[in-house]
Design a protein around this ligand. Structure first.
Ligand SMILES: [Zn+2]
Length: 338
């Protein structure tokens, strides 16, 4: 199995100072990886700076120009949450270019999967606006590039970041060939992601949100994924799976309210790999780093997932023990979406 990491030290140059989304997140992951026996099994690949044309696959030219100029003029706060430094536009274009290179390697050079370890994160960035620490929507750019430039038809994006990926949802809301699936805490930032938001017209039922209360544990998440995500994803039968991999649903995360452990994340990763193997994707996956803000914990969780995918670990999910509330909510969800 050929598996890769895309990373560049320039990803640290999106300088957000004391912001919770800072360079230390990525530095910690890379250091832990260098010290790990997993490292020698991974092929390190270079990103590139995405061109303006490539960025317009997803973002409006007016927004791209605005962001470039905003950074050139010295940067600052774009909104109450989102900061850009003078180099942030270039770094964001290098993250988006990492997403493009990743799909090229997967689809043209037979990589089974690649983990894009980049920042700034992307899933809140909409067509014409930065928000929620996100400048350019890396996962969406990967999907659009694969579809429009590499001839792929059906792509499934699973977003397990604790926040709803409003940007990714909005970008593909009319596109029946990109399925966007999100499991997230609700009510929570950014306020979107209701179960009723299922896509427009011909894209109806290719957008699926599972908004959940905080405090949930591994088996709750796994039960919901097994009962709802797996059947829908199998039915869609994608040719590529993109994971918007945020880690702020971890029990140790300072901003999220979920209680997912490393074991839970490993099992979710295994479930997705298994699905990728059973569909037209033939195992092809791209993971893109989104949130996750506990600096000590984040590297451990990322490594747990890399190990799961490298060893193609499988777990028995026959005897999950979700809370009765989750069983009830899963039933309600099914009634709404089926
Ligand atoms: Zn998040």
């Amino acid at each position: 199995m050929k598996a890769g990491i895309i990373y560049h030290p320039d990803y640290l140059k999106h300088d957000t100072g004391m912001h919770i989304e800072n360079a230390k997140r990525l530095e910690g992951i890379i250091e832990a990886l260098k010290d790990s026996s997993l490292n020698q099994k991974l092929i390190y690949l270079e990103p590139k700076i995405a061109s303006i044309n490539e960025l317009t696959l997803v973002h409006s030219i007016d927004y791209i120009k605005y962001l470039e100029e905003f950074c050139q003029k010295g940067g600052g706060w774009i909104d109450a949450d989102t900061y850009a430094s003078p180099l942030s536009f270039k770094v964001a274009a290098l993250a988006a270019g990492g997403a493009i290179k990743a799909v090229e390697h997967i689809l043209k050079e037979n990589f089974s999967w690649i983990f894009l370890l980049c920042r700034p994160p992307g899933h809140h960035a909409v067509k014409d606006k930065a928000m929620g620490f996100c400048l350019l929507n890396n996962a969406a750019i990967a999907a659009s590039f694969a579809q429009e430039k590499l001839g792929l038809n059906k792509i499934f994006i699973i977003d397990w970041d604790i926040h709803h990926g409003n940007g990714t949802q909005e970008i593909f809301y009319d596109n029946p060939n990109v399925f966007y699936f999100s499991i997230h805490q609700s009510p929570f930032y950014p306020g979107t992601g209701k179960i009723q938001e299922q896509g427009n017209d011909r894209a109806f039922k290719t957008n699926l949100n599972l908004p959940l209360p905080g405090g949930l544990e591994d088996d709750d998440y796994l039960y919901i994924l097994k009962e709802i995500f797996i059947p829908r994803a199998k039915e869609f039968n994608p040719e590529l799976i993109i994971v918007s991999a945020g880690f702020d649903a971890h029990s140790a995360d300072p901003i999220g309210g979920m209680r997912i452990t490393d074991d839970g994340f490993s099992k979710m990763a295994a479930l997705i790999q298994n699905l990728a193997n059973e569909t037209q994707a033939q195992g092809k996956m791209l993971a893109v780093l989104e949130g996750g803000y506990n600096l000590d914990q984040l590297p451990r969780t990322v490594l747990a997932i890399l190990e799961t995918w490298l060893t193609e670990k499988s777990f028995n999910l026959d005897n999950l023990n979700p809370s009765p509330y989750i069983e009830k909510i899963a039933k309600e969800f099914k009634e709404i979406i089926l």
